[in-house]
Design a protein around this ligand. Structure first.
Ligand code: NAP
Ligand code: ZN
Length: 355
């Protein structure tokens, strides 16, 4: 079996460090990918620090993967060696339930297999993510990176992109829709770019006044500072959809107030608990709260194709894998502009040391 090298956490309190392991042998429907870049999602941090409980150690995260195909199994016709490809948060699902058959593999009734911290459906082995030199993935879960997309900047589309694309599409956002984006980090900045691409009227709702100019440069039409009570009051009932990407428990009442009749607060931040809120805020104007997990494979490909057509790319801060622990500390301080992306060429230093 081919050796892999990556970075993993050995416990909830240990920093990520070099990790040697073996990827599985290729199956007939597998694709082997040499990883060029991997985005750093706040979920990677939640998972390695066991914020959600249930992390299996060693934990090797990363679900925003782009690279090149190096080998394919005998049954694979979707891609060939040399193709530019990507892998997101899913590497398998049952492919037989109603949700999988609809192309909503993320909602698989038999639980989809996560790119990391999942269990291989055949061997039961723990899955390891994209902070590594290569990965082996079932062909259905491999995406094609359109030629027009810069590989160096495409990685964050695989999670931050699809997680915000899916609720925007479900809400049928288009010209004139009024969209709020709470939290201007990795997901938030993609929500802004995608909603602007859909010709919506977009407002960033941020806890960081220093991000105002950036928000406008990303395409937002307006900026609301979440701590400015007067501005928040003035914006009452002015949104159709708010995508809430905040990664920590926070009051939702201020955001519910901002929704118009039939407006929706879509929570995508993976947080434990919401503080209580008054039900009158929902009943009074028929508002709703919903959630949304990533997206299916077909819609992920649609999103990649849309980004290629509209020339939408994440704003990336490139880092070496050796900088990953510092990057996590910055994520905790909401200090990222607007997605860290690991250049996997930096792994060569570890390989040399191991030799
Ligand atoms: P991120 O890059 O760290 O951005 C989060 C943003 O939230 C920050 O930049 C900040 O924006 C705001 N924020 C407000 N209070 C904060 C606090 N106390 N600490 C840190 N940030 C704070 O995170 P991300 O990668 O976008 O992920 C956001 C959340 O979505 C995470 O919980 C992640 O696990 C989750 N997620 C969910 C899915 C899904 O399928 N639903 C997929 C991927 C990620 P401002 O400075 O503008 O306030
Ligand atoms: Zn993610």
């Amino acid at each position: 079996m081919p050796d892999a090298i990556g970075y993993a956490a050995q416990s909830a309190t240990s920093p990520l460090a070099p990790f040697h392991f073996q990827r599985r042998e290729m199956r007939p429907n597998d694709v082997r990918i040499s990883i060029l870049y991997c985005g750093v999602c706040h979920s990677d941090l939640h998972q390695t620090r066991d914020d959600w409980k249930g992390t299996i150690y060693p934990c090797c995260p990363g679900h925003e993967i782009v690279g090149k195909v190096t080998a394919v199994g005998t049954q694979v016709s979707k891609v060939k060696a040399g193709d530019r490809v990507a892998v997101g948060c899913l590497v398998d699902s049952c492919m037989a339930c109603d949700q999988c058959l609809k192309g909503e593999e993320q909602l698989c009734r038999n639980r989809s297999t996560g790119t990391y911290n999942g269990k291989d459906r055949i061997t039961g082995e723990v899955t390891y993510g994209g902070y590594t030199d290569h990965i082996v993935v079932r062909d259905h879960f491999v995406l094609k990176v359109p030629d027009r997309l810069d590989m160096k900047r495409a990685a964050p589309l695989l999670c931050a992109g699809i997680t915000t694309w899916s609720p925007l599409r479900k809400a049928k956002i288009g010209k004139g829709s009024r969209v709020g984006v709470a939290g201007l980090g990795g997901l938030g900045h993609m929500a802004v770019k995608l909603a602007v691409g859909m010709e919506a009227d977009v407002t960033v709702i941020t806890t960081s006044p220093s991000k105002e100019a950036d928000a406008r440069a990303l395409g937002a039409h307006k900026v609301l500072i979440a701590t400015d009570k007067a501005a928040m009051r003035a914006a009452t009932s002015s949104f159709d959809l708010i995508i809430d990407t905040i990664p920590v428990p926070h009051p939702v009442m201020p955001y519910l107030h901002l929704l118009d009749v039939d407006g929706t607060l879509c929570i995508v931040g993976a947080i434990d608990q919401l503080p209580p809120f008054h039900s009158g805020l929902l009943l009074g104007q028929r508002r709703s709260i919903t959630g949304s997990p990533i997206g299916g494979i077909r819609e992920t490909q649609e999103m990649l194709d849309f980004c290629a057509e509209k020339n939408i790319l994440p704003d990336c801060e490139m880092i070496d894998i050796q900088d990953i622990n510092r990057a996590y500390e910055r994520l905790l301080k909401a200090d990222v502009k607007y997605r860290f992306v690991i250049d996997m060429a930096s792994l060569a230093k570890e390989a040399k040391q191991a030799a």
